[in-house]
Design a binder for this molecule. Structure first.
Ligand SMILES: Nc1ncnc2c1ncn2[C@@H]1O[C@H](COP(=O)(O)OP(=O)(O)O)[C@@H](O)[C@H]1O
Ligand SMILES: [Mg+2]
Length: 328
């Protein structure tokens, strides 16, 4: 039966000793789309991906990838998915060409066909010049592109990208984003994990926000933003000394907490519900109190603000915590 879903998971659970890494996750990823799994470090993203990619057996729940059960039909799943992770599988001592050729041979390509596929991918990922260099000499962006190329040797229908841009500079990040868009345009389905709110916003058709092993919100980026509040008011004062006065006025008018931004003259606030047009009264109220506001904007909340509103915590966007050790 074709459900139009590339990935379907119900009640996935995974425990590592006393840690409940994944605590009952449901996912429905429509075919031909990018689905974002957005959450801070330790949220359970990699564990979900590893279960879906058949590398870890769920303790409870079930999942199907392209209709194939990840436990009872794991071989069928494995032959249809590509995985690239934070800690991917290319061999640093080998050249780009050697890595791709070995993978292609593992998938049963003939030597000639393997050579051809490696050259194709290296060309497509702008790595032709580095093809004969050892991967350990690659820059971060090149390294991520060879990881991606390695996961695409057999043109998977479903691709798992586990934090594909963590630690990359903005230019390399954009290159990876372009590759992801191209893959989806060619018909692949992508499950992408990320700690970057703007990455999910840019790439994902739908987003599940995951925290402590649970999906705490799901929808398109605009839906998630809208579920949190009517919008966000941001303003910048002419005089930072007036910030406390201004914060009190904005808070009173909107009936909400006002956030002082890192800019000493900046304030922002979520508008909880704008049925009574309170946001429009902010500027006149400030004006009346003699507070000059050279910059004012009213817009949808950012995904950062969505996360803050959903979890009560600022999202963790560094990647410095120790990697978990493997338990067998
Ligand atoms: N192999 C493992 N052994 C023990 N604990 C693990 C293992 N893998 C993950 N964990 C723990 O499970 C939780 C979720 O981890 P993970 O899925 O890697 O999160 P994320 O990818 O969102 O950063 C964390 O508390 C992590 O320490
Ligand atoms: Mg991870």
């Amino acid at each position: 039966m074709d459900t139009g879903l590339a990935i379907e998971a119900e009640g996935l659970v995974k425990r590592f000793k006393e840690t409940v890494a994944v605590d009952g996750v449901d996912l429905r990823v429509p075919a031909g789309t990018v689905y974002g799994l957005l959450g801070p470090n330790g949220a359970g993203k990699t564990t979900v991906v590893r279960m879906l990619a058949t590398l870890l057996r769920p303790d409870a729940g079930r999942a199907r990838v392209l209709g194939h059960d990840v436990v009872t039909d794991a071989d069928a799943v494995r032959s249809r998915v590509g995985l690239t992770g934070q800690y991917a599988s290319v061999d640093e001592d080998l050249t780009g060409t050697e890595n791709l050729e070995i993978i292609a041979r593992l998938y049963g390509f003939s030597p000639a066909r393997a050579r051809q596929r490696a050259a194709e991918l290296l060309g497509a990922f702008q790595l032709a010049d580095a093809a004969r260099k050892q991967v350990k000499t690659y820059s971060g962006g090149m390294r991520r592109r060879i990881d991606l190329a390695a996961s695409l040797v057999m043109s998977p229908k479903v691709l798992f990208l586990d934090e594909p841009t963590t630690g990359l500079d903005p230019r390399s990040r954009n290159q990876v984003w372009d590759i992801v868009r191209l893959l989806v345009a060619e018909g692949a389905s992508v499950l992408l994990t990320t700690q970057y709110l703007d990455e999910a916003d840019q790439l994902a058709d739908r987003i599940a926000v995951i925290d402590h092993g649970r999906v705490i919100a799901e929808g398109t980026a605009p839906q998630l933003k809208a579920s949190v509040g009517a919008g966000t008011v941001s303003l910048r004062l002419a005089d930072p000394a007036q910030r406390e006065v201004a914060a009190r006025i904005v808070g009173d008018v909107l009936g909400t907490t006002v956030h002082r931004s890192s800019d000493p003259a900046g304030l922002d606030a979520l508008v909880p519900d704008d049925a009574d047009g309170a946001a429009a009264r902010v500027l006149p109220a400030l004006h009346e109190a003699g507070v000059a506001v050279p910059e004012f904007s009213l817009g949808l909340p950012s995904l950062d603000e969505v996360f803050l509103a959903l979890t009560g915590e600022e999202p963790v966007t560094d990647d410095t915590s120790a990697e978990p050790t493997e338990v067998r």
